[in-house]
Ligand binder design. Structure first.
Ligand code: GTP
Ligand code: MG
Length: 469
């Protein structure tokens, strides 16, 4: 990995384009600097706005304020990566009483990681500028707003002194007391079942590398024995600094050690706060095996642990999952949520899944990667969501078995149940295949509906997945 220390943002920011979907289609309204050729400006407008156009919710003129998405999109032909903000400008005379608009900040591909690292601040700058634009804004005013935005971001990026690497390096930490199950969890999500027995306590820190959607994930399994814990806290600048995602495992069967566990969690939290870093946190309430799920003591302890950890980490975004190595679904579920918490594109991807669901009248849709990690989902209610999530890996296995034995020539499989149908579709993403599982009511039209919209759906989600992490 090459680290290029960049002192000036001169070469980083390639431009900002403000576009509006007019009656004749997406039009670039302002482009700063103006040196980007017009046909490229048009391409950028079209690609970024077309993603928002899937939203049909705003057609009735309501919820205009709720339709706001950020997404990171690749523009490989131009070697740009863009952070795009999608919003609506209310306009009585337009169809749907609003016009779709985008502001795209374009960065040289090789420096795209800065968009992920600085997403929070950049998003604030961009959305503040977007808020200043309404249908009364004159073209001179719009030009001024975008120019000021360009200057703000330019000077902001000048001040960012962190090394900018061409590839985003994702660091995921697995922490918790000794014997809380970190190493077991990691082996199980990698489906290394044979390695689940005879796991020895981790000495120091073990590191693993994994590729998901073309990105390198560095997974750090931090030994929890007291001596390693102390060392880890003492060397926190090495271990905890620049963490993109933190897992914290709690052995729910060992309530005697809860005070010690809270103390360790508290120390991690104070160090992160001192670094002024707030990575998403996933807490696994672990070892809740299927046979003790109804155990009274366990049930009583769950809300107590959640409340205490939330109190300690109140400035953080924390999600809790009941997990057990004997319930593979619980493991992929918590891991999937962790990955998606790191993605700048999770909202916009979900809006595309919702778009597909409306078009084929689906009750639930899941987008899975090769190892059954849920990248995005849609469902009409909680029950449908749960059923589809639990059954997805099984359908995926069946699909795989039939393909391996060459009993499946198409990249689709269909299961028919009473009144419902499961469609399982393999999409050929350039880096790796992803899978779509759709639960739909049994009707003759669903296949023709799907054939109609699938190519469009693929063309929308592939760029979003390329820059998902
Ligand atoms: N019943 C049950 N036991 C589990 C589960 N997960 C892990 N274990 C067991 O808990 C023990 C400790 O697991 P490890 O994975 O070594 O724990 P660790 O957190 O990595 O421990 P250190 O490396 O010392 O920090 C092992 O005997 C595992 O088999 C689970 O979900 N249910
Ligand atoms: Mg371990």
């Amino acid at each position: 990995m090459v680290n290029i220390l960049q002192k000036s943002s001169e070469n980083i920011i390639k431009g900002i384009i403000f576009s509006v979907f007019e009656s004749e289609g997406p039009i670039p309204i302002v482009c700063i600097p103006e040196i980007i050729p017009e046909h490229q400006q048009l391409l950028i407008s079209m690609k970024s706005i077309s993603l928002l156009m899937g939203e049909q919710v705003y057609q009735d003129g309501q919820e205009i304020d709720s339709i706001k998405y950020f997404g990171i999109l690749p523009f490989p032909d131009m070697q740009f990566t863009g952070l795009t903000y999608f919003f609506l400008i209310s306009d009585e005379s337009a169809r749907g009483k609003a016009k779709a608009a985008t502001i795209s900040l374009l960065i040289k591909d090789s420096m795209a990681s800065i968009l992920y690292e600085q997403m929070k601040d950049l998003s604030i700058f961009i959305s503040e500028s977007a808020n200043q634009i309404n249908k009364m804004t004159t073209s001179e005013q719009t030009y001024e707003i975008i120019l000021r935005l360009y200057e703000t971001i330019d000077s902001f990026l000048n001040k960012v002194r962190t090394p900018i690497s061409s590839e985003r390096n994702l660091k995921i930490l697995f922490t918790g007391l000794d014997a809380s199950g970190k190493t077991s969890y990691l082996r199980a999500i990698k489906q290394k079942y044979s390695e689940l027995t005879n796991i020895k306590p981790t000495r120091g820190v073990d590191r693993y590398e994994e590729q998901i959607l073309g990105k390198d994930l560095m997974e750090w399994d931090v030994g929890g024995q007291i001596k390693y814990r102390q060392f880890f806290l003492k060397q926190a600048d090495l271990y905890l600094f620049d963490t993109n995602l933190l897992f914290f495992l709690v052995d729910m069967r060992d309530s005697k050690r809860f005070p010690e566990m809270y103390e360790f969690f508290g120390k991690i939290i104070s160090i992160l706060e001192a670094f002024n870093q707030y990575p998403p946190i996933i807490v696994n309430l672990h070892k809740i095996d299927p046979d003790i799920e109804c155990d009274q003591e366990i049930i009583q302890n769950i809300p107590i642990v959640i409340e205490e950890l939330l109190k300690i980490g109140k400035k953080f975004q924390i999600k809790f999952f009941k997990t057990s190595i004997f319930n593979p679904y619980s493991l992929t579920k918590s891991f999937s949520e962790g990955l998606s918490a790191m993605s700048p594109n999770r909202e916009i991807l979900r809006s595309q899944i919702r778009w597909l669901a409306h078009n084929i009248n689906a009750e639930a849709i899941l987008l899975l990667n090769n190892s059954s990690i849920i990248l995005s989902d849609y469902s009409v209610d909680e029950l449908t969501k749960r059923v589809s999530e639990i059954s997805a890996p099984h359908f995926q296995n069946l699909y795989r078995t039939f393909s391996e034995f060459k009993l499946l020539r198409k990249s689709q499989a269909i299961w028919q149940m009473d009144e419902k149908v499961i469609l399982f579709i393999r999409l050929n993403l350039p880096q790796e295949p992803v899978f779509l599982m759709c639960l739909v009511k049994n009707n003759a039209k669903v296949f023709s509906d799907l054939d109609k919209v699938l190519p469009e759906f693929e063309s929308r989600i592939f760029p979003l997945l390329k820059s998902f992490l």
